[in-house]
Design a protein around this ligand. Structure first.
Ligand code: DP6
Length: 365
């Protein structure tokens, strides 16, 4: 599929008022997306686990603009976050609507009231752009489906991912579950730079219900915005090698996910996390996004793994929080270890226990 396939053309139905609510998850990348070109095209393919408990719930109320008011050139919307008007989020969403209006011209026919809430604390250092953008995309696709009932479920998933990507790259991976790939890769059938697809091969049962506990080591605002971060890769001395390595890592992980070699999984996932941070350490300007407690936690995880012959490991996103990953059969022991030995490194002892999930869910009132 190419971009032209996503332009909505014919609408057979007339909708005056409509309201749709979607719950869409956050995701955690195993092979990281870091570096992109216009328009939101990744420099390498990435793969993530879709999460279950960390999600956004968004309702969009659509009200058709009457014929007396002339058709607008820009989307008209209001934004509420956790019940309060949120004008500071508006520019980002306005830019998103500008980017997608070519593909969804019908948004100009409506006034949209967007109301959103997250399941995780707002200031937790957990990026909400993936779940936030994917939820808006799903609400728009519900309207598009009402206007054009012939759309298939497969097209809806692809277009929602395509739109979400234009809002935030990683959001493209927050429509489906449990493992999702974004970016064209020779070994992943159907993969594309334009939208994400479900990992298309049989996954080894060791990865069923894989667990992710997010340790809130630093709940502050992100020190480096993703825009700044991705831009750092433009003049980066190691960028080209990194993009090659990420694609090679996805090849290796494609095999590992099928053969269940968990030791190789651990090695690859931790190396990806540290490489992401190494890219920031070696860019100019340079950033250290880990905090002392991030390192304390990593060392504790390594110690526990050796002493208990465990399959616990960690990954990081572009911040200080640590995602602790472990198979379901170690849940009881690892959760005790986290409670007794890792919680103390978290701000206010806070962490979020999550598990791999299935993707976007419509909520019918
Ligand atoms: C480190 O998706 O937040 O989490 O496309 O600019 O919105 P934008 O970036 P974003 O970048 C995510 C980077 C990452 C790795 C990943 O999720 O693959």
């Amino acid at each position: 599929m190419n971009t032209a396939d996503f332009i909505s053309r014919k609408t057979s139905e007339t909708i005056i008022n409509a309201s749709y609510t979607w719950q869409t998850p956050s995701n955690i990348a195993l092979v990281k997306y870091w570096g992109k070109s216009e328009p939101q095209i990744p420099k390498n393919a990435s793969i993530s686990f879709t999460l279950n408990n960390c999600h956004t719930i968004t309702t969009i109320d659509f009200e058709k603009i009457t014929a007396t008011t002339s058709k607008k050139e820009k989307a008209i919307f209001e934004l509420f976050f956790e019940g309060k008007k949120k004008d500071d989020f508006k520019p980002k969403i306005a830019k998103f609507f500008e980017r997608i209006q070519e593909y969804c011209p019908y948004i100009l026919d409506y006034k949209m009231i967007i109301s959103s809430e997250n399941s995780f604390p707002h200031s937790s250092g957990i990026a909400s752009s993936a779940s936030g953008m994917s939820a808006i995309a799903m609400c728009l696709l519900s309207l598009e489906k009402a206007l054009n009932p012939s759309l298939t479920a497969d097209f809806i998933h692809k277009k929602a991912s395509f739109l979400a990507r234009l809002g935030s790259g990683s959001a493209s991976r927050s429509i489906e579950g449990k493992l999702v790939v974004w970016g064209k890769h020779p070994q992943i059938e159907g993969s594309s730079d334009l939208f994400a697809v479900k990992f298309p091969y049989k996954i080894h049962p060791i990865f069923d219900n894989y667990c992710d506990t997010i340790l809130l080591v630093d709940k502050g605002e992100k020190q480096v915005s993703s825009t700044v971060g991705h831009n750092l890769m433009h003049e980066h001395p190691y960028a080209e090698q990194r993009f090659i390595q990420a694609n090679e890592n996805l090849s290796k992980l494609t095999d590992i996910l099928q053969n269940g070699n968990i030791k190789e999984f651990i090695n690859l996932v931790e190396s990806e996390a540290l490489t992401l941070h190494a890219m920031m350490l070696t860019s100019n300007p340079y950033f250290i996004l880990m905090k002392p407690n991030t390192l304390e936690v990593i060392n504790k995880i390594w110690e526990y793994r050796t002493e208990n012959n465990s399959n616990i490991c960690f990954t990081l996103d572009a911040g200080a929080n640590v995602h602790v990953l472990y198979p379901e059969n170690e849940k009881k022991d690892v959760e005790l270890f986290i409670k007794n030995n890792l919680a103390e490194y978290c701000q206010k002892n806070q962490y979020i226990t999550d598990v791999v999930g299935l993707g976007a869910k419509q909520i019918i009132a």
